[in-house]
Design a protein around this ligand. Structure first.
Ligand SMILES: Nc1nc2c(ncn2[C@@H]2O[C@H](COP(=O)(O)OP(=O)(O)OP(=O)(O)O)[C@@H](O)[C@H]2O)c(=O)[nH]1
Ligand SMILES: [Mg+2]
Ligand SMILES: [Zn+2]
Length: 367
């Protein structure tokens, strides 16, 4: 298995040059658990690794941290037995959603993906609003969108075709296919996308058949054995973590745990940009410190009265600064946490060093 088989390209090689000088080795992250990562090396060896303190510390936000699909620089030569991630190479794409919970921040689901495949079915999971959100997110990430209407064996042909038609109306760029992972129908379309070095990620609700599709493409060997304990009464193998697998005939697939809701993430730049037209109006208000709430000569309120600015957008605009502040507050909180963490790490290191000096003294018979 060459680096190219794993998705390596010239841009990555260029980004890696300074790390190569330091004797580090390139690897692609294939799995992420709560405590560590697994990465694939040239040749196909899989190796466990942990995040280096500097990488953690220098990340501006969580989306900056390494994620499955990322190329990283590994340090195998340290004086501890752990392999350490010393850096992450710039990504050419990343598929993200809004972090679960209150924060509007970005959570990266898969990095360096060429194609995002949204899996749904023509029945209970089918939801145009949600599909619209998925397609917007894929567009934002710069990957090719593909939608699979899976479980076709359970639905009348007409339902499948109607659902496919509705999806086609939603997007001109998305490619829509009807499949049945159970009957092996339509799998050749997925195979068609999988070329050596091409990375595809599968996303969608829980239970739509993402892992079954991966399993079929891998020849039925994957996951079943490792997740036997999680089999429910219905024989389901709910995926618990993201994983990148390399197919024997080339191509890389990232399977994701099903997500209940997919929502837009945002940052200060996107937030501000989405209100650029309102900001332009604000610049025309009579007073530079106009609060746009009953001030005389307010062009924004005039626009609302005239009907050229949607009242809901006006309300959101009034809350814009507040929302940006909230985003930055969360970032600040994270920074404080990382600083505490780094301090603790330094203390542990210092203690280890002190212990070692003591030990060496002891061995030399100096105490
Ligand atoms: N009838 C039918 N059942 C399918 C098909 N594809 C998957 N299934 C079944 O649907 C159930 C869920 O499939 P999974 O592949 O585990 O779904 P998933 O999308 O990976 O779910 P999460 O890992 O929870 O996100 C399993 O019982 C599969 O056998 C299909 O094309 N037709
Ligand atoms: Mg799964
Ligand atoms: Zn105003």
């Amino acid at each position: 298995m060459t680096l190219d088989d794993l998705g390596w390209n010239e841009a990555f090689a260029e980004g890696f040059a300074p790390f190569a000088e330091r004797g580090l080795i390139p690897a692609r992250l294939v799995r992420e658990t709560k405590i560590n990562f697994a990465a694939l090396l040239e040749g196909g060896e899989e190796i466990d690794c942990v995040l280096g303190g500097k990488v953690w510390h220098e990340a501006e936000n969580d989306a900056d941290l390494p994620s499955v699909g990322d190329w990283v620089a590994l340090d195998r030569g340290g004086n501890c037995d752990e392999v350490i991630i010393r850096g992450r190479l710039p990504r050419f794409s990343r598929f993200s959603r809004k972090m679960p919970g209150k924060s509007a921040q970005e959570q990266v689901l898969a990095a360096n993906v060429d194609i995002v495949v949204v899996v749904t079915d023509p029945g209970g999971d089918f939801n145009l609003r949600r599909m619209e959100r998925y397609l917007t997110l894929i567009e934002r990430c710069g990957a090719q969108p593909v939608v699979l209407l899976n479980k076709a064996d359970l639905f009348p042909e007409k339902d499948c075709m109607d659902a496919a038609g509705e999806l086609r109306n939603l997007s001109r760029v998305a490619e829509i296919h009807v499949t049945s992972a159970r009957e092996g129908r339509g799998l050749e379309v997925l195979r068609g996308y999988l070329k050596p070095g091409v990375t595809i990620t599968l996303v969608g609700s829980s239970g739509v058949g993402k892992s079954t599709l991966v399993n079929q493409l891998l020849g039925g060997e994957w996951q079943e054995t490792s997740e036997v304990n999680e089999v429910t009464g219905r024989g389901r193998h709910t995926t618990s973590h993201r994983e990148l697998v390399v197919l024997p005939e080339g191509g890389l697939l990232i399977d994701n745990p099903g997500v209940r809701e997919i929502q837009m993430w945002t940052d200060e730049f996107t937030l501000r940009e989405s209100f650029a037209d309102v900001e332009d109006l604000a610049a025309q208000c009579r007073f530079t410190d106009c609060k746009h709430e009953g001030d005389t000569g307010c062009v924004i309120q005039l626009a609302v009265e005239e009907g050229s600015l949607d009242p809901d957008r006006y309300q959101s605009y009034l809350r814009l600064e507040e929302e940006i502040e909230e985003l930055n507050r969360r970032r600040q909180k994270r920074r404080m946490a990382t600083e505490r963490w780094a301090k603790r790490n330094r203390r542990v290191k210092a203690r280890n060093l002190a212990d070692r000096i003591e030990l060496e003294k002891e061995e030399r018979g100096e105490v």
